[in-house]
Design a protein around this ligand. Sequence first.
Ligand SMILES: Nc1ncnc2c1ncn2[C@@H]1O[C@H](COP(=O)(O)OP(=O)(O)OP(=O)(O)O)[C@@H](O)[C@H]1O
Ligand SMILES: [Mg+2]
Length: 282
Amino acid sequence: MRNILNISSANKTFFSSGRKTQALCNVSIDITAGERVALIGASGSGKSTLIRSILGLEVLDQDGGMIKINEREIQANGHLSKDVRQIRNEVGVIFQQFNLVNQLDVLTNVLIGICPNKNIFQIISRRFSLEEKAKALDALERVGLVDFAYQRSSTLSGGQQQRVAIARALIKGAKILLADEPVASLDPESSRKVMETMVTLSEKLDLTYITSLHQIPIAKKYCVRTIALNHGTVVFDGPTKELGAAMLAKLYGSNLGDLEMEDDFSCNRGDGIASPELILVE
Ligand SMILES: Nc1ncnc2c1ncn2[C@@H]1O[C@H](COP(=O)(O)OP(=O)(O)OP(=O)(O)O)[C@@H](O)[C@H]1O
Ligand SMILES: [Mg+2]
């Protein structure tokens, strides 16, 4: 199987207000194309720092840490690759806050995915070709939102906006989707739709899906592999089903009860959006 992400001996130290924080400690991870991986750990354990480092938005310490995406080095030895933007553009990124432009319609928000590094004025003034629009509509169909294409993004629910963000990642042709707490601000039902959309896309399009999560039941239901961080160190990396109570207690201590509570992620799809299986029939 082909490795799509290699992280080797990654260290990241922050110095802020006279305080030193080791956010990543000797992190080494290999991820194979098509894997679905949950990144878990208590607040401050280093999940976002790891995701930002994979994207080259944080530079690792200068002690040999290296990150490769699709066999191309995005950073090594404390230096970003000169191709960092190009490599980053091959990764679909999804954040908790959706990062849509509220004033623009859904279709234009998806089209932003094919013109990275442009500001909003450049995007508004750009004429998109019919072919590009067709691609955006196709991506929206894949996430069950084609009927919303000409609606302002701000009128959509949080879960719908997150699915628009997924469509924007898809239109780039990304083979990796990297998500930082994509369902943290969504209700359980919207979370379920977003996660099911991701899972179905990853299966049908052979995408690699790596997501940080705070909700353990979601990790258990949707991610085959889990990597757990504790104070920047990988303390578990294996099949999610082997993630035991002792490890969870070590990770979350007395906060574990809150994280294990929501376990309502059944596969009921009678909800008005097309089922991802239906959407993705080629
Ligand atoms: N820019 C920064 N400057 C200083 N310290 C930072 C910076 N970014 C992160 N840290 C510190 O690094 C550690 C890891 O932070 P990170 O945001 O990666 O954690 P996290 O696991 O994503 O947490 P959460 O679950 O709350 O999002 C924390 O101690 C944090 O305070
Ligand atoms: Mg975080």
